[in-house]
Write a protein that binds this ligand. Structure first.
Ligand code: OMD
Ligand code: FE2
Length: 484
């Protein structure tokens, strides 16, 4: 199912390759030849440079793109804090000079709860009244976007298009988007992406975008990476191909909208900015989707998880889940990720004489998991459901639930089995201890309709998953001496 059947065909064109220097123009002869910033850019456009790394970042890490657009991005009114409950309206009384202006809309208070327990959530409610920006709620996080350190994990659940003539960007980090339900039509400054469940998208920091929902309500997960950028993992002895292959990543081609001449000089466009976890709003007289051509290495992209080339054991033992890494955001400690995006795709389980599911374990890394569809092979019980989530924080003991243990310790391991068909689970794994938001914790599962909390936290997760595990230890009978 993943990667082959979609509700709607993809109507957009892409250019392929991860980390490529791409170039694309929606009108011929727009990109300058042999230079970036000509005195008179083609067609009367302005040149603008978008930097995703410091100017002096090493060549192999340097990310930047040159944009050729109708007006530069700076032509907007000052950003003002947006009004509580009305993110497209600025709070004229709120001062941009105060650290938290009166009435400012905070995406989430930075008050995190640090809990050693295993946590699991029922599927998050769809909010038919919300759009992409309003429907995104922080679940967990670490670090601080002002220090470009750490990450935030959110769920989105929305039922409305973003209003016409609005765009959003976050200055806090790169967005890794994992749709679980419904199609996202994402118009970005650099072109258009259609992103469906079974695909993922990355929208780098700063890139303005507008999300509409061509197939109705949507739900999914977002990892906002405050530091660094996602890379393909090293392949080591796997060799030069495998896992997610570079050629399967798709970046948009340039596409621009021309404004209606009658609307010139009217402040009819609204730009919402997330800056240090706080929303601000500015107005401008023209569409931000006015980039006629671009070239560079800093751009949004998408990837169909159905193209992942899954590698696993063909002898014995359950390998570390790092073999399923799609993208990794490395820290400066070699092999230790700020964030890994890992999937558990359909595959063959063939390990002989082996307990095949994940082992019981405790991990110095934190593991946030979501389920896109179907079932996860580590949890045969019914509690881990598509659109829900689980969190096993630093050193949180976890592993197969009782049902999984019983099945896997009796199965015939001389026979290969197909696992996960029609299903897809994923994990955001991070070196950081994750704080959990107030919203994620408030309201037990079944306690729906709360404004202040998701009402999805499962009170009985630990007991349902593990308390029923039986003692199986039998001390071997002492050997009796033959002499009597
Ligand atoms: O805990 C989990 O279910 C995720 C996981 C899967 C796996 O195959 C090995 C380790 C691991 O943490
Ligand atoms: Fe785990």
């Amino acid at each position: 199912m993943i990667g082959t059947k979609f509700e709607v065909p993809d109507k957009y064109r892409y250019q392929n390759g991860f980390g490529n220097h791409h170039e694309t123009e929606a009108l011929p002869e727009t990109l300058p030849v042999g230079m970036n910033s000509p005195q008179k850019p083609a067609h009367g456009l302005y040149t603008e440079k978008l930097s995703g790394t410091a100017f002096t970042a090493p060549r192999h890490e340097n990310l930047q793109t040159w944009l050729y657009r109708i007006l530069p991005s700076s032509v907007h009114t000052p950003f003002r804090p947006c009004k509580d409950g009305s993110i497209y309206t600025s709070d004229e009384k709120g001062s941009v000079h105060e650290s938290v202006g009166a009435g400012s809309h905070q995406v989430e208070s930075p008050r995190w709860n640090y809990l050693p327990n295993q946590l699991r959530w029922d599927p998050f409610d769809l909010d038919k009244q919300a759009d992409w920006v309003q429907g995104t709620r922080l679940i967990a996080g670490a670090g601080d976007p002002t220090l470009k350190s750490g990450l935030g994990i959110s769920v989105y659940a929305a039922g409305c298009d973003m209003p016409p003539q609005t765009a959003y960007f976050t200055a806090d980090g790169d967005l890794l988007i994992v749709p679980q339900q419904g199609v996202l039509d994402v118009q970005t400054e650099l072109g258009k992406l259609l992103v469906r469940p079974g695909e993922i998208a990355v929208i780098p920091r700063g890139i303005r975008h507008r999300v509409t929902l061509p197939s109705g309500p949507v739900r999914g997960y977002i990892l906002e990476l405050y530091q660094g950028h996602f890379l393909l993992p090293e392949l080591g002895p796997i060799g030069s191909n495998g896992l997610a292959n570079a050629r399967d990543f798709q970046a948009p081609v340039a596409a621009f909208d021309e404004e209606d001449d009658r609307e010139r000089n009217t402040l009819n466009w609204t730009i919402v900015s997330k800056f240090a976890n706080r929303l601000f709003v500015a107005r401008q007289t023209y569409t931000p989707f006015d980039v006629v051509a671009w070239h560079g290495t800093y751009y949004p992209y998408k990837y169909d998880l159905g193209r992942f080339n899954t590698i696993g054991t063909i002898s014995h033992d359950h390998p570390d889940p790092s073999v399923f890494t799609v993208l990794t955001a490395p820290s400066s400690a070699h092999g230790t990720a700020v964030a890994d995006f890992v999937i558990f795709p359909p595959r063959w389980a063939v390990a002989g004489g082996t307990f095949r599911p994940p082992w019981y374990h405790r991990n110095t890394m934190s593991e946030f998991m979501g389920l896109i569809t179907g079932q996860y092979d580590g949890k045969a019980g019914t509690g881990f459901r598509a659109g829900g989530a689980s969190l096993h924080n630093v050193m949180g003991a976890h592993g197969p639930d009782r049902a999984t243990f019983e099945r896997a310790s009796e199965e015939d391991t001389a026979v290969p089995v197909r696992i996960g068909d029609g299903g897809l689970a994923f994990m955001f794994e991070t070196m950081f201890m994750l704080g959990v938001s107030e919203w994620a914790l408030r309201g037990a599962a079944g306690d729906d309709g709360r404004a202040d909390g998701c009402g999805k936290l499962q009170a009985g997760y630990n007991s349902e998953a593990w308390q029923g595990l039986e003692r199986r230890f039998r001390r071997p009978a002492p050997e009796t001496s033959p002499s009597g």
